[in-house]
Design a binder for this molecule. Structure first.
Ligand SMILES: *Cc1c(COP(=O)(O)O)cnc(C)c1O
Length: 425
């Protein structure tokens, strides 16, 4: 077992002053056991912990770091922008530039507004959908994560076609009462809600590439059905592309599946490692936001110049370097290496572009209840041994891996071999 005395000391100190020692719960390594690792720095595709141990990183800060850590050109853009002032509370040119750039790449967008996190983007998009339609109810899917807004921290209630129940303490049942929960890959569960509440449903929100509860790739027909049924009932379709946006290609999942949602939300990659979220869609809808319309939405640090600079530079580098083509090649290479390394065990290696999930069961699940808890337990049991051999996987079997442009084929080979050594027997 690798000893990490400095990491352990930091964790002890953190436990005294921060709940659970962490500022976001999954960082506590609760699912995989053992103490969390404190990171000192990132270099390209590697993390270096407080004790100087190196890891090939497949977390990528949970998705944003598509170029890898500390990309020199992104750092330069951040430095040059910060030197001119870090925040003005007034408009500046970088907001316009990033907005123009993003709208130029993502077909369903006519207007966009920047916020500071994915949670905020989704919360604002739902308020906007409600304001635009004059309706209150929303549909979300079991197993999709949309940030920690109260009425989205909801799981399916018991019984068919019922309202959701809060999945967190501190969320009044009333707040969940407007949230209907449907199942992925299940048209009947969606139709049931529309049959009962069709004229009260403001919006349906989905991760078109569900990647927060394993990687539950959906059938294209299912997503097309969602577009059709929402349009038929006058409800908006919101694609939460906080992970998939600028990760699977320029147009995200919307382009991949050839579907035009009414609203889209972004985060993660769009901020290049700094706090940025965004919501966008048709002008007719977006113009309902204040100051033009009656849907209030605001933010002290929204459109922050330093964050805009990091996001814009990241996207420009992806374009210049043919990023998505390379990521597809690297992702495919890693998929094959993992399949080879795990061929003696029961495992699925599921991939879209540079998002990869391994799950130790016989079939690829499309919905939450098809994930075998024993498969997740196996991942969680093996996590520490893989970490100790120098591969940093996200600390839960339900989390996906991200490949970046900084990963090299030898690194991917080495990581696959280590995963195979630990989990492949
Ligand atoms: C990460 C994520 C969010 C929340 O974003 P934060 O920046 O963590 O608030 C929302 N939706 C999806 C699909 C996400 O993956």
């Amino acid at each position: 077992m690798v000893e990490r005395p400095k990491s352990d000391k930091l964790y002890e100190r953190a436990l005294r002053v921060i709940p659970g020692g962490v500022n976001s719960p999954v960082r506590a390594f609760a699912a995989v056991g053992g103490k969390p690792v404190f990171i000192d720095r990132g270099e390209k595709a590697e993390l270096i912990d407080a004790d100087g141990n190196r890891y090939i990183d497949f977390c990528g800060s949970w998705g944003p770091l598509i170029l890898g850590h500390a990309h020199p050109e992104v750092l330069q853009a951040i430095g040059e922008t910060a030197a001119m002032g870090t925040s003005f509370g007034a408009s500046s040119h970088l907001e316009v530039e990033l907005a123009e750039y993003v709208i130029g790449k993502v077909k369903p967008l006519e207007k966009i507004r920047f916020v500071s996190s994915g949670t905020e983007a989704v919360m604002s998009a739902i308020r906007l959908a409600r304001g635009f339609t004059g309706r209150d109810k929303i549909i979300k899917f079991n197993g999709c994560y949309h940030g920690h807004t109260d009425y989205l921290l909801v799981k399916a209630g018991s019984g068919l076609a019922t309202f959701g129940e809060p999945s967190s303490r501190g969320v009044p049942a009333d707040f969940a009462a407007h949230t209907l929960v449907a199942d992925l890959d299940d048209m009947d569960s969606v139709t049931g809600h529309f049959n009962r509440y069709g004229d009260q449903i403001a919006a349906m929100i989905i991760e078109p590439i569900p990647a927060n509860n394993g990687l539950l790739l959906q059938r294209p027909e299912f997503l097309k059905f969602l577009r059709e049924i929402t349009a038929r009932h006058g409800a908006l379709l919101i694609f939460d592309e906080v992970i998939s946006g600028f990760r699977v290609g320029w147009g995200g999942a919307a382009e991949m599946y050839g579907i035009i949602p009414d609203l889209m939300t972004f985060g993660k990659v769009i901020g290049g490692g700094l706090p940025v979220g965004a919501l966008g869609g048709r002008a007719e809808i977006m113009d309902k936001l204040s100051p033009l319309g009656g849907v209030y939405q605001a933010g002290t640090l929204s459109g922050n110049p330093v964050a805009m600079a990091a996001g814009l530079k990241t996207l420009q580098i992806l374009e210049r370097d043919n990023g998505y083509v390379k990521l597809e090649i690297l992702g495919g290479y890693f998929e094959q290496a993992l399949k080879q390394a795990l061929k003696k065990t029961v495992a699925q290696v599921i991939r879209v572009g540079s998002i990869i999930w391994t799950v130790y069961q016989k079939d690829a699940p499309r919905r939450t209840d098809r994930i075998d808890t024993a498969a997740i337990d196996k991942f969680n049991r093996d996590h520490r041994a893989i970490l100790d051999k120098g591969v940093y996987l996200p600390p839960s079997g339900y989390e996906v891996m991200f490949v970046s442009l900084a990963h090299t084929k030898p690194m991917l080979d080495r990581a696959a071999a280590i995963i195979g050594e630990v989990s492949g027997a």
